[in-house]
Design a protein around this ligand. Structure first.
Ligand code: FAD
Ligand code: OAA
Length: 339
């Protein structure tokens, strides 16, 4: 069959690949190209802890955020429970989120989608003497350095094409493509001139501690311990507006101190690696469609970026929304019957 509509997805992080897979699998009459300057293992997504839970964005309807979370959770849960789990890098993960003060919202909006959400008992909290309140639940961990190559294989198998290239502006794409999908994360600052997107620097370490089997996260977001398939990710930092990609030894020291306070046995763990990533942050993620005049012709541009610290969590859900926006564009491009 002739592939008549040419779609380009810019970005090879978890948002770009999730979106590209959703489009290529749902719209076989489109030719889909994924284009990016950096691929796994060199994207921000590659170093993310990849745990699924989220903060609430201020201006996106709660119902939409619930959909994003649930669609992503159900998609990754099906993978975690299938034979593909090890090659996709997705696993179930149980543990605790603990708080020094009782939070205003005791049950976050996603509590109905994770497995077995409950408040911790006093006996469980005894282990964390600085903390007064906690939530226990089972969620998922999606390790992007494994998941991205797996998604790329799935994308190519469905007929998708991949090109390594830096896109300097959208005009460059308008002769070769009919629809542009922008999943360029922090790159959107330069690519589409979005002044609302900014970096929040995060440093994490990977340590060898196979005896640590449960995640522990301080609800203030400063400190976390996430056991993974081959190592435990411990963190973190949240430095707004900080573009430094180098490892900072003071951050390493702080992470080790804070994490060892929550899990003293980590003092004995061997450090395997240190990593810094810049979260593509925005007050609200931008998942929307516009029509832009490029080289004298209107071109549909669908945006999906700005997920901050929750891109792995929301990737599949926002990718499905983006697919819906691409379908709307196709509908508008179709020749209208003459009356
Ligand atoms: C320390 C840390 C821990 C984290 N932990 C978690 C977690 O536990 N759970 C969670 O949900 N999230 C977590 N995150 C957040 C998560 O990493 C991000 O939300 C997610 O990776 C964003 O994905 P992305 O695809 O938008 O961006 P990226 O992974 O940065 O990908 C952007 C892509 O766009 C391409 N690109 C950009 N500009 C251009 C251009 N002009 N031309 C061509 N290509 C371009 C890049 O090359 C790249 O391929 C964490 C982040 C950090 C830093
Ligand atoms: O906050 C967390 O638990 C992990 C995360 O998403 C991040 O560091 O961005």
């Amino acid at each position: 069959m002739m592939k008549s509509v040419r779609v380009v997805v810019v970005g090879a992080g978890v948002i770009g690949f999730s979106t590209a897979v959703c489009i290529v699998e749902a719209l076989p009459f489109c030719s889909v190209t994924l284009m990016a300057d950096k691929f796994s293992p060199n994207t921000t997504s590659d170093g993310a802890a990849g745990i699924l839970f989220a903060a609430q964005f201020p201006d996106i309807p709660l119902q939409r955020q619930k959909h994003w979370f649930k669609d992503s959770f159900d998609h990754l849960l099906a993978i975690a429970q299938s034979q593909c789990a090890p090659e996709a890098g997705v696993m179930l993960s149980s543990g605790w989120q603990i708080f020094k003060e009782v939070p205003a919202v005791k049950k976050p909006f996603w509590s109905e989608f994770v497995i077995g959400f409950r408040l911790m008992t006093d006996v469980e909290l005894k282990r964390f003497p600085d903390h007064k309140f906690g939530q226990a639940f089972t969620t998922l961990k999606c390790e992007c350095s494994t998941y991205l190559p797996w998604l790329e294989k799935r994308f190519r198998k469905a007929g998708g094409q991949v090109e390594q290239r830096k896109v300097n502006n959208l005009q460059e794409l308008s002769n070769s493509f009919d629809i542009i999908v922008n999943c360029s994360g922090l790159g959107s600052k330069a690519l589409v001139g979005d002044t609302q997107v900014y970096p929040v620097r995060g440093q994490v370490l990977k340590v060898e501690a196979p005896w640590v089997q449960h995640f522990i996260r301080d609800g203030d977001g400063t400190t976390y311990i996430y056991p993974g398939i081959r190592s435990v990710t411990i963190g973190g930092t949240r430095q707004e507006g900080d573009w430094r990609l180098q490892v900072d030894d003071r951050d390493t020291k702080g992470i080790l101190e804070r994490c060892s306070r929550l899990e003293p046995s980590l003092n004995k763990a061997k450090i395997l690696s240190e990593w810094v990533g810049l979260r593509p942050s925005r007050k609200n993620p931008r998942v929307e469609r516009e029509v832009v005049e490029l080289q004298g012709r209107p071109v549909p541009v669908v945006h999906n970026y700005g997920h901050g610290g929750w891109g792995v969590t929301l990737a599949w859900g926002t990718a499905l929304d983006t697919l819906g926006l691409v379908k709307q564009s196709l509908h508008e491009m179709a020749p209208q019957p003459k009356l």
